[in-house]
Design a binder for this molecule. Structure first.
Ligand code: CA
Ligand code: CA
Length: 714
């Protein structure tokens, strides 16, 4: 059976959902807060009935949502009608499309639920991966279909299931061929039933002109970043300390000021130089009432508690002399209530010239969490959200971003809360900043899949949190095996355009996460494997200040402890390891810009290895997460070992000419003890036989045109 379907017909059909809450105490307000309302703590209030039960009815699109109730805008309570999921106090709401009730889902029983099928013909569901390759996505009902293909360029391209939320599944497939206009359809099947998904009887059409390719700044190849949280890195000038200021290194009040400043940073440049980094990513430096400065009151000057504008300019110059670029943290989504436009709004109300800079629900403005009469970030009255879709606001912020690049020597911006800002701001800001400097870097903060913003018109790259998740799961918590690790990495590479992967910011920790060593329970092997992976994988590695000496810290704000400059607690071995990794990364073309290829995935042995190669050298990177020693032996045709960095490498890497039945050439043996890892760089070439030795099986033909491992051509 072949049925044509209008995929776009699965339009947002909202459903009425009633929330009920019977508090144990007697709160004066109850709200429901969830992913369906953007976690806005004040938006959806429940009304108290005479029976003491609070209720609200909302219209919600089909999907799966985490949520909780909030009493008096403070106390989080799970919904007893729907059990806790994941985090304590959190509930999970499943809203299936109405049609799902007609029949249960089943794989292989010959039915396909049409209401589950969805393809959004735009940046959300299609990715232009490079000049000739596209990645297409399709949603189906969960556990419903046996397979799917995308039909394009005159053939069928297989799709694989990449994820599920229990209600829906996502399928993804790639297709390659010539042409700037690409018609395509999908076909899914279950048993004997085959269903075509198209645009009302016609193919969908992808146009290259709608999906321009990002060209990230060239200098990112080989860059290594260091992230500094200004209040906590070094206090060089007690004279500018806020009052009160916490004693340096104490942990009693991690939401207080500790007095870190630009003078302190300037005094510690040798630390950055010796580590060898080429970039400094600074958390916010503009005036703000808070120690983290994520609610700026101004954008044009440095917070005086960090130093003067001149101090900052001097720092940029001194860093430049060391070959270190500075990237600032741009908080453009929300401001402090003390920001001039918001102050004007408070004073003049509806007559303010800045009335359309914020979303005002009602005058007069009330600045009180839970009672505020304007849109606020996560419902916090202290974080009024800017109208980033307003061209006047955009022009103001574009000037800010371009100005620091043009006039102050800043190399780029990390864009905070970037998935919450209207995309039109990123488009205009990209034009403004690139006009100031075509080589400026626009780095978006998003915790999930970043591809919608990486289609040429917005950011250059993003913080690679999905990559961090995979690395921590494999090396640190060890909750996934080598095959799952490889699959997740491949999916991330496939979702990010080819040219962007080397520009993604690969982080193991940040000011928003627990620290690496703490997550690893202090286990040195886990820390070093994760670090070595970070420094050898495609992407820009970033070291969060203190991680290089093994600093500990749990979630925010504990991960923002003061840097310990006495150094008693420093892991000096780790620091040397980090320095060696930075030097290797910068010094080797294979690690800076080589292609990626998985070479060994041994689930049982717990080993994982990959290759990176350029025309002139090859890096072999190997990890042993298992409980027995692992050995790699490979013949060399010519050349030799150029560089080696190993943790728990046994017997070194040795060239043993003529041994083990290799008639000609040399033989290299690499043995890793449990918990070990190594990177070996060869030149000028290694052959197919080396790949076979590494993989323990016939090698796939080497590819030079990209990081993808499995050929998709039938
Ligand atoms: Ca089915
Ligand atoms: Ca200070």
């Amino acid at each position: 059976m072949l049925a044509a379907l209008l995929a776009t017909m699965a339009l947002a059909e909202t459903q009425d959902v009633t929330f009920r809450h019977q508090p144990s105490g007697s709160p004066s307000a109850v709200t429901v807060v969830g992913r369906f309302n953007g976690w806005d703590i004040s938006r959806d209030r429940l009304a108290r009935g005479e029976d003491g039960v609070w209720t609200v009815r909302l219209k919600i699109e089909p999907g799966v949502y985490e949520y909780w109730f909030l009493e008096d805008f403070r106390t989080k309570v799970a919904d007893p009608e729907r059990p806790d999921q994941g985090q304590p106090g959190q509930s999970r709401l499943v809203v299936p499309p109405a049609a799902f009730a007609e029949a249960p889902a089943g794989r292989g029983e010959g039915r396909v639920t049409a209401a589950g099928l969805r393809h959004r013909p735009g940046p959300l569901d299609r990715i232009r991966w490079n000049s000739s390759t596209w990645v297409f996505r399709l949603r189906t009902r969960a556990d419903d279909v046996e397979g799917a293909v995308v039909k394009a360029f005159g053939r069928d391209w297989p799709m694989t299931k990449t994820g599920t939320d229990g209600l829906f599944e996502t399928w993804q497939g790639r297709a390659a061929g010539p042409g700037a206009i690409v018609p395509y359809t999908f076909e899914v099947w279950d048993g004997e039933t085959r269903v075509v998904v198209d645009a009302d009887g016609s193919p969908f059409v992808a146009k290259a002109e709608d999906h321009p390719l990002v060209v990230p700044p060239k200098w990112l190849a080989g860059a290594v970043f260091y992230q500094v949280f200004p209040d906590r890195f070094a206090n060089g000038d007690p004279g500018n300390d806020p009052d009160p200021v916490e004693p340096w290194g104490s942990t009693a009040n991690l939401k207080g000021f500790y007095g870190g400043d630009i003078a302190g940073l300037s005094q510690r440049l040798a630390h950055l130089r010796d580590l060898g980094v080429t970039g400094l990513l600074l958390n916010p430096v503009f005036p703000s009432p808070t120690y983290h400065r994520y609610n700026p009151t101004e954008f044009g000057t440095i917070d005086p508690r960090l130093g003067s504008d001149q101090d900052f300019d001097d720092l940029v110059l001194r860093l430049r002399a060391l070959g270190i670029k500075v990237v600032l943290d741009g908080v453009f989504n929300h401001t402090s209530p003390e920001f001039f436009a918001f102050r004007d709004l408070r004073e003049k109300g509806a007559d303010s010239a800045y009335r359309d800079w914020y979303t005002v629900l009602e005058f007069p403005l009330r600045v009180e969490t839970g009672q505020q009469t304007y849109k606020a970030w996560f419902g916090h009255a202290g974080l009024p959200v800017l109208r980033t879709d307003n061209p006047t606001v955009q022009a103001f912020l574009d000037d800010v971003a371009a100005g620091w690049v043009r006039d102050r020597g800043v190399a780029g911006w990390r864009l905070d809360a970037a998935d919450e800002v209207d995309p039109s701001l990123w488009r205009s800001m990209r034009r403004a900043v690139k006009a100031a400097s075509p080589e400026a870097w626009l780095l978006g903060e998003v915790w999930g899949d970043a591809h919608p913003w990486l289609q040429g018109d917005q950011w250059d790259s993003a913080m690679n949190y999905p990559w961090r998740g995979a690395v921590l799961d494999f090396f640190v918590s060890r909750s996934i095996g080598a095959a799952e690790f490889d699959r997740r990495l491949e999916q991330i590479r496939e979702t990010i355009p080819e040219a962007v992967t080397p520009a993604m910011l690969n982080l193991l920790g940040s000011h928003d996460t627990p620290r690496l060593r703490t997550l690893a329970g202090g286990d040195d092997d886990r820390v070093r494997q994760a670090l070595l992976f970070q420094f050898t994988y495609p992407g820009v590695p970033v070291v969060y200040y203190g991680d290089e000496v093994g600093m500990e810290g749990g979630g925010d704000p504990d991960c923002r402890r003061c840097m310990d400059w006495i150094g008693a607690g420093w892991d000096k071995g780790l620091l040397q390891f980090a320095r060696d990794l930075v030097a290797l990364r910068k010094g080797r073309s294979a690690l800076r810009e080589g292609s990626y290829q998985t070479a060994r995935v041994d689930e049982a042995a717990g080993t994982f290895a990959f290759l990176r190669r350029t025309g002139s050298e090859v890096a072999v990177v190997a990890f042993n997460r298992g409980s027995r020693p692992a050995t790699w032996e490979f013949p060399m045709r010519s050349g030799g070992v150029e560089a080696l960095l190993a943790h728990k490498g046994q017997g070194r890497v040795s060239n043993d000419p003529g041994k083990a039945g290799v008639a000609a050439g040399e033989r290299v043996r690499l043995e890793l003890r449990p918990g070990g890892c190594a990177v070996v760089v060869f030149r000028p070439q290694i052959g197919r036989d080396v790949l076979e030795s590494l993989a323990g099986r016939p090698a796939e033909p080497p590819k030079k045109d990209g990081p993808r491992r499995h050929p998709i051509d039938p």
